[in-house]
Every structure is written in structure tokens, then in C-alpha cells.
Design a protein around this ligand. Structure first.
Ligand code: DGJ
Length: 725
């Protein structure tokens, strides 16, 4: 990695191992984007600024909108001064004017990364950051654009600081974190939309003139949209094509947008959604816009995926469980829903412990008077009528079986029917005079208030101190509405969404600091807040409430496009599946879940003897495969979403001596007896055993693995590959 400022050319060049990113100054004041792509060494790039080209009228004066501004490529475009494309930055002065002119004011190169106060962020020592300073003299604003690069990784990580050095407050109405401008290459936009139980499905569509975006202003990253966008050239597949990707290290509102203008330039932006955002910045204060991870690949999606996987494994996830074996868990949600007592849970744990399962997770329904989902969130005290002997008894019984114990919380919520709400009705986010919109009979706690954050944390802390608890499942089951906080003045109500997220992050930070050995799994109605922000606190996230093995193929494929397999909570459940009613073989449910962080979500006491034998086998397989799945290089070989017949992917360890191929034959076809799937990532000079049969690496990579068609739909197989020489 290197940073260079060519004084003569006035060009900044950031070089990673395989990519380059360049900016240039015009008249020493305006900072323009000139290049992002395959690695180059030269700073002879000023021709890309097209200073001699005018869009409409023959003038290249730099303060001329028709003649220059409308078609120039800006590094950090702003509202109000003649650029009619969507901006990255908008500020309103106390007088009500919406405009800024941020001009270049210098740069700095620092070892490491600046701290992003209160926010999740990539970390690590082998890193350098280029900081470019911009200033608006009239408003007294200093804006710092940060570009960080880690040794050995091609991602360029951007964040923005805005400091009010003036004498008056200002209102920040938009502070996006990243903007890249390019000439259109017939780009297609790739995003990961979905729904509850159908999260992160890969979608591709042409980039037309105008604006297209993926966005959430629900108060969380959401299952409907995902804070990821890639622009890809036509025909891009796993190994070919150009990819420009952005992923947001944030769990609240976001916008990821591409705008194609009349001159066929595209502006790609990402950051906190401006809808509902307005931050009052007092003199002397700084606002920090969260990180966007920018990745460019000249060699298809696989390279992009690898860059994200490595960055997140090496520089985002902090949990010690990243490198430790995660316990195989059994969760009682689909087994009992709210209908359980200590006896039922101990029965499940007894049976589970005999079959190799290592942790019992008690889900929703153990506190207050919660026997269905219409009450008690906020009353985090054990319901001792339901759990006789309380938590200490239950946990000790589970531990006697040699198992660990985990527990569910939904800390951000408060039910109207709860003692907490009766005591503190103003602790719910609400607009005075309006009824609060309910969702699943719950309101959202006003975590913009420190006393609310402290009170929630104290309750969680009491529970965790009362027994030996190894794991917390942190759920979040609604969106934010009625945005209003009793604690904020009128001109700070636009800060609620972001302050709420800062409250959530503070809670999770305290939890993992005070309980460093705790395994935290985030969850939000399934995978509704599966994002890099959450991965900073928890090494795994519940991927989806849809545990059907076939539906999971698309969900896990979309998720693994960016996130390491070890982050995907994946469980075996019963059939017909509770989310969609499909019946699949027990083996296939296991094989699909083994590609993530493995567990069960069923009443194990009700399984047949044959199924219990399969559980024994699967728990052994998990231990055998886990490190390979968690640390291995991931290769997507075939997608059921594309071929409508089968799914196939593999993981390979770093010295190419071990690999696993996961294959699911979704639909059976008459007279197709076998298929040949070329593998990737094996050493072509090595000889391998594949489930006991010998092949050479070159044959497996170039000709393919022969996979015989099984009788019936939904069949699956895992191939174990080991180097013989
Ligand atoms: C939603 C989660 O995704 C489920 O796994 C379960 O924990 C329920 N909430 C409990 O209310």
C-alpha cells in the first residue's frame, strides 16, 4: 500500500496491492475524483479531469455550472452550488441557507487509523490513512476525508469527520461517507434486497439514466434492503468482470445510490440516509460519518468476496470466538415457542447432550409474564412461575450435563404492557399527542437517553451475574416510528435515528467489555440487521428465521457474497418447515447448516432414533469441518438461483491441502445421470483424495468433479478433499 501526492500534477494516488484510487486538485482549491480501478503507477492523470470540455456553453470557468460544475467529477460533492446530481454533503446555516463550498486545505498521512468515536469500525495496526482536509471559510467548517488501507488487503475504507470551527452552530442535513465517480461502462447494479425470512437475495439490474438506490429509513439496516451495492460490467461472473462495491459499517438508516447523468457519468454514493437526519453541530463539535468499505475487483465477484471476507475476519470481528470453536447450540424457539418451563428445557438439554450438542439457548419468554408476544419486553427479571428455581437452578442443571447455557434478550424494546413502561412511559420513542404505532405489541426504547441505556444495561447485567451464562442472543423485532424523544430539544429531533444507533452500540460495547468471554449473536427478526456494524460486536448473526434448507441456499449465497461463512447462524429444524412448509431430508438440512455457524432449533426429544443418529454424525462433522468453513477461502461454483437445478460451493484451506465441496441437488431431472463441476482453488500440482477416490488438482480444477445425480429432489452431499502429495 502506498500514498503519493504529486506536487506538480496535483494528483493524489492511493495504491493497494491490486488497485489504485486517484484524486486531483483543480486551481489548488477543488478536489476532484479522477480514477478508481486496476493498479497504475503513473500520476499523469490530469487529462481525466477534462478541464477543456464544457457541457453546454463554451466556458471552463470553475464557478460556471453549465460550463463546468455540472459535469465535473467531484470527490465530495455538495448541495447548493451548481452541481445538480445528488450530493454527498448538505449543510444548513443558522440563517437557513443550504450551501457549502468545501475547498482543499491540505492533507496528512498517518500510521494506523483515526478513532471513530462510538462507532463500529475496522481496526488493526498494519494500516495507513490518508486524510484530506477541506474547509468552508464562510461557515467555519472543516471536513476531513479519511482513506485507510490495511497491508495485504485491497479495500479502501472511507469515513468523514465534520468539525465546526466557526462561531455559530450549523445543521448537517446529509453527511455521506463515500462517493465514487466514473464514466459509465454499461454498469449493472447489484444489490441484496429481501424480506423477513427471505433476506439478502442477489439482484442485478441495468443502471439507467437517473437515480437508483437501495435504502432504509426504518431505523435499522433491515431485511428489505441491505447496505451493500456493487456496480458490475456486463457479463460479470465469479471470475471475470469489473466490480465496484461498497458496504456500510453501520446498522441504522442508509442509502446506497447510483446516479447516471446525461453525460454518461455515474456517481456512486453511500452513507447515512438523509431522510429524517439533521444533526446540529455546535462550535467546537465534531460529527463522524461511519465507514464505507470500498472494494474494486478486475477479476469478478470472487475477488471482491475474498477482499471483504479477509477484511472482516482480520480487521472487523473482535470476538475471541472468531478463532475458537463455537459451541454447537440447540435453541428452543421452534421447539416450544413461549410454551416451556424448566423441566421441558432440561429434557431438551438431556437428549441434546447425548448427541454431541454443547449449549442450550433459552429463547424468548423467560421473563416478566411473557407467555405470548404481547407483553413484558423491558421487564428483564426471570419469571419464576415458569422457571422454578430461577436461572441459577436451570443453568446448573444444564451445566451438569456438560453443556453451556445461553439466553435471549431484546434490549432495545419496551411493551406498553410492562412494568418498565408503567414506570417510565416517556422512555418509549414517541411524538407527544400522537398514539405510538405498535409493532408486535411493542415500542422502541429511547436509547438516545443515557439514563435509559444505563437502566437497560443494569437489568441485563443483573441477569448475567445471576448465573453462568456463556451466550447472549440479542434480538430486535421492529422498526422505528413516531420519531420523537422527550429528552431532545426541537432542533435536535433529527438526531434520533443516529443517536439511537449510538445507544445500541454503547450497550453492546459495554456488554462485550464486561463479559469478554461471552459469545454474542445478533439477530433481528431473523437476519434483519445482518451488517458489518453488528459484526464488530458479535462474530455471528442469526441469518434468517427461514431454516428451510432450499430457501437458505439463496439467503446464504447472498450473505456469503460479502460475509465470512462463520458469521452466518444456521440451524437444523423440523419438517414441514415452520416458515414455508417444505419437507426436505434431515441430511440436507444438516449439510446446508454446516456451511455456517451450526446448531439446532427443534424439539430433540421428539426426533426418531434414525434422526438422532444423524444428529450424532452431524455434530461430529461440524467439529471436523468447522475450522475449514470458518477460515477457508470460499468459492461459489454454481448457483441454484441461476441454474434452477443445483447449488455448489467449496472452501479451501490456506495451504490448499484440505477442501470441502457442498453440493445440493435441488431438483432432480430425468436422464441427467451426472454433472461435472470444475472446482477452484486447489493446487494443480497436488494429488487429492475426494471421498476416498484419487484425482489430480489440475483435473479437478479444469475438468471437474463428477457428481452423480441422486434419486429425488433436495438431495445433498459434502465432498471431503485431502491432499495426498
Ligand atoms: C425473532 C427471532 O428471529 C427468532 O429466532 C426468535 O428469537 C423470536 N424473535 C423470538 O421472539
Amino acid at each position: 500500500m502506498s500514498f503519493l501526492f504529486d506536487e506538480k500534477e496535483k494528483v493524489f494516488l492511493i495504491n493497494t496491492e491490486k488497485t489504485s484510487y486517484a484524486m486531483a486538485l483543480v486551481d489548488d482549491v477543488n478536489l476532484h475524483h479522477v480514477y478508481y480501478g486496476k493498479k497504475i503507477q503513473s500520476t499523469n492523470l490530469r487529462y481525466l479531469l477534462r478541464e477543456d470540455v464544457y457541457p453546454f456553453i463554451p466556458s471552463t470557468a470553475k464557478r460556471e455550472t453549465n460550463g463546468y460544475i455540472e459535469s465535473a467529477t467531484f470527490e465530495y460533492p455538495q448541495t447548493g452550488m451548481g452541481d445538480y446530481r445528488d450530493s454527498a454533503f448538505c449543510v444548513r446555516s443558522m440563517d437557513g441557507y443550504r450551501a457549502s463550498e468545501l475547498v482543499y486545505a491540505g492533507y496528512n498521512v498517518m500510521a494506523g487509523k483515526p478513532k471513530l468515536e462510538g462507532l463500529p469500525a475496522t481496526w488493526g495496526e498494519k494500516c495507513e490513512t490518508l486524510q484530506i482536509y477541506l474547509e468552508d471559510k464562510l461557515l467555519g467548517l472543516k471536513v476531513t476525508l479519511n482513506y485507510s488501507v490495511f497491508d495485504g488487503n485491497d479495500a479502501i475504507i472511507r469515513s468523514v469527520f465534520v468539525e465546526n470551527q466557526g462561531k455559530e452552530p450549523v445543521y448537517l442535513e446529509k453527511v455521506l461517507s463515500s462517493c465514487v465517480e466514473m464514466f459509465n461502462k454499461d454498469f449493472e447494479m447489484m444489490t441484496l434486497p429481501g424480506s423477513w425470512a427471505r433476506e439478502r437475495h442477489i439482484q442485478k439490474m441495468p443502471v439507467g439514466y437517473g437515480r437508483q438506490n437501495a435504502a432504509s429509513f426504518r431505523g435499522k439496516s433491515s431485511p428489505q434492503e441491505h447496505p451493500f451495492m456493487a456496480l458490475v460490467t456486463p457479463g460479470t461472473n465469479q471470475t471475470q468482470g469489473e466490480v465496484y462495491a461498497m458496504n456500510f459499517v453501520y446498522s441504522g438508516n442508509f442509502i446506497a445510490q447510483v446516479e447516471r447523468n446525461e453525460f454518461d457519468f455515474v456517481r456512486m454514493t453511500m452513507g447515512i440516509h438523509p431522510e429524517g437526519f439533521c444533526w446540529k453541530l455546535e462550535p467546537g463539535d465534531t460529527f463522524t460519518a461511519p465507514e464505507v468499505v470500498n472494494v474494486y475487483s478486475a477479476t469478478g465477484l470472487e475477488t471482491m468476496t475474498r477482499t471483504f471476507h479477509h477484511l472482516y475476519r482480520e480487521h472487523l470481528i473482535r470476538s475471541p470466538y472468531l478463532h475458537k470453536e463455537r459451541p454447537i447450540l440447540i435453541n428452543n424457539w421452534e421447539a416450544t415457542y413461549f410454551d416451556f418451563d424448566e423441566k421441558k428445557l432440561i429434557d431438551i438439554a438431556k437428549e441434546a447432550s447425548k448427541l454431541g450438542i454443547e449449549m442450550l439457548v433459552m429463547d424468548d419468554g423467560w421473563f416478566g409474564k411473557r407467555n405470548n408476544d404481547d407483553c413484558s419486553l423491558g421487564d428483564w427479571q426471570v419469571n419464576e412461575e415458569k422457571l422454578k428455581g430461577g436461572l441459577p437452578y436451570l443453568v446448573e442443571e444444564v451445566k451438569k450435563l456438560g453443556m453451556k447455557f445461553g439466553i435471549w434478550f431484546e434490549p432495545e424494546m419496551i411493551c406498553p404492557d410492562s412494568d418498565l413502561f408503567r414506570a417510565h412511559p416517556d422512555w418509549a420513542i414517541q411524538i407527544p399527542g400522537r398514539d405510538i404505532i405498535q409493532s408486535r405489541a411493542q415500542y422502541v426504547l429511547d436509547l438516545t437517553r443515557q439514563e435509559v441505556v444505563d437502566a437497560v444495561y443494569d437489568m441485563i447485567d443483573q441477569v448475567l451475574k445471576s448465573a453462568d451464562i456463556s451466550y447472549v442472543k440479542w434480538d430486535m423485532n421492529r422498526f422505528l416510528t413516531n420519531l420523537g424523544s422527550a429528552a431532545l430539544p426541537a432542533d435536535r429531533q433529527g438526531e434520533i435515528y443516529h443517536r439511537f444507533m449510538l445507544g445500541v452500540y454503547q450497550l453492546q460495547e459495554r456488554l462485550i467489555t464486561d463479559y469478554p468471554d461471552l459469545l454474542l449473536e445478533n439477530c433481528s427478526s431473523g437476519g434483519g440487521r445482518f451488517d458489518p456494524g453488528m459484526l464488530y460486536y458479535s462474530p455471528q448473526i442469526w441469518c434468517s428465521d427461514d431454516t428451510d434448507a432450499i430457501e437458505r441456499l439463496a439467503i446464504q449465497e447472498g450473505t456469503a457474497l460479502i460475509y465470512p461463512l462463520s458469521t452466518m447462524g444456521a440451524h437444523v429444524s423440523v419438517c414441514p418447515n415452520h416458515a414455508i412448509g417444505r419437507t426436505t431430508p434431515f441430511e440436507t438440512r444438516g449439510n446446508v447448516a454446516l456451511a455456517g455457524t451450526f446448531g439446532y432449533e427443534l424439539d430433540i426429544t421428539k426426533l426418531s432414533d434414525e434422526e438422532k443418529e444423524l444428529v450424532k454424525e452431524q455434530t461430529k462433522q461440524y467439529h471436523k469441518y468447522h475450522r475449514l468453513v470458518a477460515d477457508g477461502e470460499y468459492y461459489r461454483l454454481a448457483s441454484y438461483q441461476e441454474n434452477n437445478a443445483y447449488d455448489c460451493f467449496m472452501v479451501v484451506n490456506s495451504d490448499q491441502s484440505k477442501a470441502l465441496v457442498f453440493y445440493v441437488q435441488v431438483l432432480s431431472h430425468a436422464q441427467v445421470k451426472s454433472r461435472f463441476v470444475p472446482l477452484r482453488g486447489l493446487d494443480e500440482a497436488k494429488t487429492y483424495s475426494v471421498n476416498g477416490v484419487t484425482y489430480t488438482g489440475d483435473v479437478l480444477n479444469n475438468v471437474g468433479l463428477r457428481i452423480d445425480i441422486e434419486w429425488g429432489d433436495f438431495q445433498s452431499k459434502i465432498f471431503e478433499i485431502e491432499a495426498l502429495s
